[in-house]
Design a protein around this ligand. Structure first.
Ligand code: ADP
Ligand code: ZN
Length: 344
């Protein structure tokens, strides 16, 4: 088991290891939580893991309630949020009680936002069951629901009190979902961890790789909890990636879009002499190894307007994450003329 401490305003531990789900109740008790717990999960995850989580919490003295939502992005809306907090109110949840997210990023984002707003904030615990949630969305306190106008447009920064990642839950994860998470893992390598990129070139220890990613995220988030500077590095491949996702009508999975986004920006940097060609070679090899795409089905010209609509843009200027060498990226704010020239 590995533990990483996230030093945000309210610090919290992230525990990563095999077989941790059956001990999640004890971990919660260990940080001083007690009383009622509301486990929020989805209909893919529940049959595998809900009972185990419930039993662990009961054993540690929690009064356990649960809600199982339909899986997928479609559940990440205000309607489900309101149902969730109404349910908590009906069950008599108070400010000293806890919401527990058992699932991937969708469940974590929704449950976290519910925890942030119910009675102006109850305790929140993340039990990520996807690789993507483990290395990315369960750490750092971004919570949200989607609006008709776009994804994650309403939300709050709300850090969990504890994250327990049981790597055994990845065993039931569909291959495509695992690959999605690998895109974010590879991203950490290119933004700040060259050694991780070497580890990924061979069969690896999941515990070590997930812990390295969480360590990176913890350090970045601790320096920039509210996403005004360094945290934007985590957006590598995402400005173009989000445009590709939108252009596909959100049929292309996030990880695949980010993989293509990283390649496009890296290609552009290589072409403009900002980054050595071997960085692009390493990227191509790793993405292919983990079953991720390296080219978009759309011409760049169809993506430009979609990029300006991204949350990360302010007007037509966009802060880009540019690879400068293998394992190091830089933030650079570019005007529309500059980024069109770079990417064309
Ligand atoms: P994310 O990729 O952001 O974590 P989701 O929360 O939508 O996104 O999870 C991706 C999909 O994988 C969903 O359909 C979810 O129900 C399913 N899922 C999550 N965890 C597991 C798991 N451990 N085993 C099987 N399916 C899972
Ligand atoms: Zn992402």
């Amino acid at each position: 088991m590995k533990q990483i401490n996230v030093s945000t305003g309210k610090p919290y531990p992230v525990k990563i290891g095999h077989g941790l789900l059956s001990g999640c109740g004890a971990e919660m008790q260990g940080i001083g939580l007690y009383g009622k717990a509301l486990i929020v999960t989805d209909d893919n995850v529940a049959p595998f893991y809900l009972k185990k989580a419930e039993e662990s919490l009961k054993q540690s003295g929690f009064a356990v309630f649960s809600r199982t939502l339909p899986h997928g992005e479609g559940s990440k809306n205000f309607d489900e949020l309101v149902k969730l907090i109404n349910f908590a109110a009906e069950c008599g949840f108070s400010r000293s009680d806890t919401f527990v997210a058992l699932g991937g990023g969708v469940i974590g984002d929704l449950c976290g936002f519910a925890a942030a707003v119910y009675m102006r904030g109850v305790h929140f615990v993340q039990l990520p069951t996807t690789l993507l949630a483990a290395v990315d969305s369960s750490v750092g306190g971004k919570t949200a629901v989607d609006l008709a106008a776009g994804k994650n447009l309403a939300g709050a920064f709300y850090q969990p009190a504890l994250v327990v990642c049981d790597l055994d839950t990845f065993a039931t994860l569909p291959q495509a979902e695992y690959a999605n998470g690998m895109a974010e893992v590879i991203k950490y390598g290119f933004i700040r961890d060259k050694e991780l990129l070497s580890l990924l070139q061979r069969p690896f220890e999941e515990e070590e790789v997930v812990a390295r990613c969480v360590q990176s995220k913890a350090e970045i988030v601790a320096n920039d909890e509210f996403d005004r500077g360094e945290r934007m590095l985590l957006n590598f491949g995402h400005t173009v990636g989000h445009a590709i996702e939108a252009r596909s009508g959100f049929t292309l999975p996030h990880g695949q879009a980010v993989a293509i986004g990283m390649v496009i920006v890296t290609q552009a940097c290589v072409k403009n002499g900002l980054c050595p060609p071997e960085t692009l070679d390493v990227m191509h090899k790793l993405l292919e190894r983990y079953g991720l795409p390296t080219a978009a089905a759309y011409p760049m010209s169809e993506l430009f307007d979609l990029m300006v609509n991204d949350k990360k843009s302010s007007g037509d200027a966009i802060t880009f994450v540019l690879p400068r060498e293998t394992g190091r990226c830089e933030l650079k704010k570019l005007t529309r003329a500059e980024w069109t020239a770079l990417l064309s």
